[in-house]
Each structure stands twice: as C-alpha cells, then as structure tokens.
Design a binder for this molecule. Structure first.
Ligand code: PLP
Length: 284
C-alpha cells in the first residue's frame, strides 16, 4: 500500500512516526473521511471547509489544504484503484514536540497522513435498515471539531457491534445529539427532525446535503432536537454519513420501528440522495 506522508508518497512500511508526535501523545490532531462517486470526490469543498474549521478552532496552521484532491487521485493511481469508488482518510496532527509538554509550541510542523481504500459495495446491507442502540453522550463539548480524540465514540461503536447493531446514538440531557459516526434524523407526522448545529454535534456534510434536498423538494424539515421520550412518537428514523449515506433505522434498542421496514419518507429521501449523487454535482 502506498500512502502520503509529510509531502511524500511512500510504501506504508517506510512511514516513520515519532513517539513524540503530539497526535500519538495527546490525540492532538484532526481528520476527515471523504469518498468518491464516479471518479469525483463527493462534496470535496465542504470537507475541506470543515477541515479548515477544525484546524482554526485548535489554533493549528496548515496552508496546503487545497492539495488533498490531487493527493487522493495520485494515491488511487499508485494503489491501482483509480477506476473504482474509494474512500480517502486525511489526518493532520500538530507535529513532533520534544520533550513532552501539555502546552504546544506555536511553530511545529504538522504531521500529514493520507490513505485511500477501495469501497466494496455495501448498499444492499444498508437498504433494509439497521439496528441502533442509545447511550449517554459522554463526549466532550466540542463535537463540532473533527478531532482524532474520539475514544467515547470508539467505545460506543464497539458496544453497538457487540449488540449486533450498526450504530450507537448519543443523548445528552434527554436530547438526541447524533451517532458515534453519523447524524441522526427522525420523522414525525411527515416532518423530518434533526439536532441543530451547535458544539454538541458535527456539522455532517451528508446532513447538510439532506437538509438542502428536503428544502428543495418541499419536504418539511426542522433542525430541532428530538427528545428521548419523543422517540416513541416518531415513526421513521435514519442516519447519515459519508460512508453510511442515508441508512434507514428499523430498530432502536428493543423497539422494532414500523414492522422493521424502512419508512416511506426515508425511502424517498434516500432516493433523492441517490439521484443527487448520480447527477454528479458537488454541492446542492
Ligand atoms: N457525526 C460524527 C460524530 C461523525 O464522526 C461523522 C462522520 O464521521 C458524521 C456525523 C457524519 O458526517 P459526514 O456526513 O460529513 O460524513
């Protein structure tokens, strides 16, 4: 496997990372996951804007953000997956600092890592809907930053897998925030609800696309929290994410939703999303 590391394309086993890298010692870094459809990165600029936002919020300077498109396609070519759909993982850490200190120096060189990986088609698994479980949101209060410090999400997703679920959905003070790696939507009386943007959720790129598609197609949508007790009142749910796309939720903990069938509005939104991808635009 060829990866991009600090300005070079290298075989994976030639990459050397210092144990004094602040990413290794403090999870002091940020990341993005992107994907291609039909030879183009989906919503590339939205991902780069979010990366810029995460970096700014952490007072972290990196000026070559526009190179990731080229780097991704170079890597795809080198790894012989050019003609296929692939995902891109970009990670930047603040860099190496010796000796170890909590406070960071201002002038460090970031450690930059990019890797690509072929996407094997998984739509069939997702079309029929998935099970999710609910958990208290124990993450920090800057979930708007796509930090690599995501241990609560790692634990939550692992618990989901253990319970044969696809995802864990977090709630904080009785309000549903989002999933460990997805945004969460519920439908009640024909209106779609999802948590509002704040420091408690990530501004999902797919979330934004779905909101705009709903507006364009006159599907009522409200960026309003779903209360944990109101889950009973909703008759459809779905989750969104770059790799998850629009995935119906047909079971929440022990509650089977709507005879375990994806809801009507969810199917409509999923179809609009598919059409949008195929239309090959990069933003709504
Ligand atoms: N929420 C969290 C916590 C995430 O980690 C992710 C993606 O990784 C999402 C939501 C979905 O975001 P996107 O649609 O940009 O992939």
């Amino acid at each position: 496997m060829i990866v991009y590391f600090n300005g070079k394309y290298l075989p994976l086993d030639e990459v050397k990372i210092s144990p004094f890298d602040r990413g290794f010692q403090f999870a002091d870094g940020v990341y993005e996951t992107l994907r291609t459809y039909n030879g183009r990165i989906f919503c590339y600029q939205a991902h780069i804007d979010r990366l810029k936002y995460s970096l700014n919020e952490l007072n972290f300077t990196y000026t070559s953000l526009d190179e990731f498109d080229k780097i991704s396609f170079d890597l795809a070519k080198m790894n012989e997956i050019s003609g296929k759909d692939f995902s891109v993982y970009i990670q930047l850490t603040r860099g190496v600092q010796i000796p170890r200190r909590h406070n960071y120096q201002e002038n460090l060189s970031p450690t930059v890592f990019v890797t690509v990986s072929e996407i094997k088609d998984n739509h069939q698994n997702f079309d029929n809907g998935v099970k999710v479980i609910l958990e208290e949101d124990i993450r920090w209060t800057r979930c708007d930053i796509k930090s690599i410090s995501i241990l609560p999400s790692v634990l939550a997703k692992t618990k989901a897998v253990k319970f044969n679920a696809y995802e864990t959905i977090f709630h904080r003070d009785n309000l549903i925030t989002e999933g460990s790696h997805t945004n969460f939507f519920g439908v009640k009386d024909g209106v779609v609800f999802t948590a509002p943007l704040s420091n408690f959720i990530l501004k999902g790129v797919t979330r934004e696309v779905i909101i705009n598609l709903c507006i364009k197609n006159k599907i009522p949508i409200k960026e309003t929290y779903i209360k944990i007790n109101d889950i009973e009142l909703c008759n459809e749910f779905f989750i969104t994410g770059t790799m998850t796309e629009v995935t119906p939720v047909v079971q929440i903990n022990d509650r089977i939703v709507d005879d375990c069938e994806p809801g009507k509005l969810t199917r409509k939104i999923k179809k609009l999303f598919r059409e949008y991808i195929l239309s090959n635009k990069s933003s709504v």
